[in-house]
Each structure stands twice: as structure tokens, then as C-alpha cells.
Design a protein around this ligand. Structure first.
Ligand code: B1M
Length: 214
């Protein structure tokens, strides 16, 4: 049988090849070996997707293959989600999170949602491709403390400013903590669009949210 390092490598390969059941099996085995759900998430799944991203960028992998990889990653995340959710933790606050209009990438956002839930936040995940109206609807309905936005494309990230400007126009901007994230963003961008903070990854999102709720 494979040692932990070989198995992690195998999961990267299976993710790359879009082999959902194999990825699920690998995740189960690492958990049985006593890995924490977070370690499985970061070292097996997120790292695997990082490798996929490199070959996608370089034109070695194409959309259909990357979709299969994404679905395999989601299957692995589905196993980890209940394990990351602490039961009985005091509610720290409420967050609405969604990917912005024109953008259908949802893995990173879902991961943030999962980790926030695990840390004790109530999370309303409004999915992908959200125009400003959808954010406003969700805010009105759920009255969150935090609004989270995700964008993975340089062409969609400016839409965050549209959402924040609309909140400003309505005099609602200061009612919410606005956190933004996604691979093409940075601190400077977050500041420029008027967000409260940029979150590099899901763990930073959790820490940042906790800090703001103090
Ligand atoms: Co897309 N894609 N994609 N893609 N895709 C990227 C983003 C790209 C960088 C790949 C590349 O060329 N290297 C590139 C963007 C280039 C750019 O804009 N500069 C790209 C492109 C070009 C495209 C298409 C245009 C391709 C095409 O059709 N020709 C197309 C666009 C579709 C659209 O949205 N309109 C497209 C489509 C797709 C798929 C559908 C095939 C699939 C998405 C499937 C899905 O999500 N269900 C896909 C994927 C999987 C990727 C890559 C390979 C992986 C993204 C991912 O899931 N990463 C990606 C390459 C890359 O990012 N390097 C790529 C794993 C995830 C855990 O990380 O999403 O970064 P990430 O999230 C992190 C942090 O960023 C942060 O925390 C997360 C966890 O740690 N974070 C937040 C994210 N959101 C946050 C929100 C927060 C806080 C933190 O709120 C508070």
C-alpha cells in the first residue's frame, strides 16, 4: 500500500485526471490514517487543483478536463464539509457570500464558506454569477454581519466595485463588513474598490472575519 506521501501524490494525479471516485477514496484513506480534515483539504485537494491550474494556464489542459477535476475536488470537499463543521460552537456572526456577475468559479468561495461554517459562522452561500441585485436581496433577507465576494477572473473582479458603490449609494455600506477574495485580487485592489479587507485564502478569511467581529 502507498505511504502518505505517495497517496497524496496519487490524489493529485487522480484530481488531474478527473477521477472522482478515486479522489473520494483517497480522501477517506487519509482521514482513516488520522489526517485532519484541514490537512487533507489543503495538502491533497487544494494543492492538486494548483497543479491543474498551472497546466490549464499553459494550454496543456482544457475546460472539459478542468471541469472534471473541479467536480472531483468538489466530491472530496463534500466528504470534508461535515468534519470541518464544529458542532455546538457559539455563533460568531452571519455571512452572505457569492461569486460576482460573469464569473462561474465556485470552488474557492465554497471552501471559504465551509471554513467559515467550521469556525462557527452562519453562512448563506448565494452561488455564482451574482448581479448586484442578488447581493442586495440576500442582504435584505438574511441581515448578515459580513458580505463576502469572490472573483477568479481579472475581467470580473471590477464588478466588486459596482456592488460596493451600490451599497454606498443606498447608504448601507457601513452596515456590513465587506471581505473580498480570489486568485487575481490583492490588498491594493481591495482598498481601491472600498472593501474592508482582502483575504488571500480561506484560513485568512476566517481570521479576518473573527477580528472584525470582536
Ligand atoms: Co477558470 N480560470 N476559466 N475555470 N480556472 C482560472 C481562474 C485561470 C487563472 C486559469 C489560467 O488561465 N491560469 C484563468 C483566469 C485568467 C485571468 O482572468 N487572469 C481562467 C479562465 C481564463 C477561465 C475561462 C475564461 C476559460 C475559458 O472558457 N476559456 C472560463 C471562465 C468562465 C467564467 O467564469 N465565466 C473558466 C472556466 C473554468 C472551469 C469552469 C473549467 C473551472 C471552474 C469550475 C468551478 O469552479 N466549478 C475553472 C477552474 C477550476 C480554474 C482554475 C484551474 C482553478 C480555480 C480553483 O478552483 N482553484 C483557475 C486557475 C487558478 O486559480 N490558478 C482558473 C482552487 C481554489 C481553492 O482556489 O479559487 O483561488 P481559489 O480560492 C482561494 C482563494 O483565492 C481565496 O480562498 C480560496 C481558498 O483558499 N478566495 C476567497 C477565493 N474566493 C474568496 C472569497 C473570499 C475570501 C477568499 O471572500 C471573503
Amino acid at each position: 500500500s502507498l505511504n502518505d506521501e505517495e497517496l497524496t501524490q496519487q490524489i493529485h494525479d487522480d484530481l488531474y485526471d478527473g477521477l472522482k471516485e478515486e479522489v473520494e477514496e483517497g480522501v477517506h484513506i487519509l482521514l482513516e490514517r488520522g489526517w485532519t480534515p484541514y490537512k487533507v483539504l489543503t495538502e491533497a485537494l487544494v494543492e492538486g487543483m494548483r497543479i491543474v491550474g498551472i497546466d490549464f494556464r499553459d494550454g496543456i489542459l482544457f475546460v472539459p478536463e478542468v471541469l472534471l477535476a473541479a467536480n472531483s475536488m468538489k466530491a472530496g470537499m463534500f466528504i470534508l464539509r461535515p468534519l470541518l463543521a464544529e458542532t455546538g460552537a457559539p455563533r460568531l456572526g452571519k455571512m452572505v457570500i457569492g461569486t460576482v456577475k460573469g464569473d462561474i468559479h465556485d470552488i474557492g468561495k465554497n471552501l471559504v464558506a465551509m471554513m467559515m461554517e467550521g469556525a462557527g459562522f452562519e453562512v448563506i452561500n448565494i452561488g455564482i454569477n451574482n448581479p448586484v441585485e442578488k447581493y442586495l436581496e440576500a442582504i435584505a433577507e438574511h441581515q448578515p454581519d459580513i458580505l463576502g465576494m469572490s472573483a477568479l477572473l481579472t475581467t470580473t473582479m471590477p464588478y466588486m466595485k459596482v456592488v460596493i458603490d451600490t451599497l454606498k449609494e443606498k447608504g448601507m455600506r457601513d452596515d456590513y463588513i465587506v471581505l473580498v477574495g480570489g486568485a487575481p485580487l490583492n490588498e491594493e485592489f481591495a482598498k481601491a474598490v472600498g472593501a474592508d479587507a482582502y483575504c488571500r485564502d480561506a484560513a485568512v478569511a476566517v481570521e479576518t472575519a473573527k477580528d472584525f467581529m470582536k
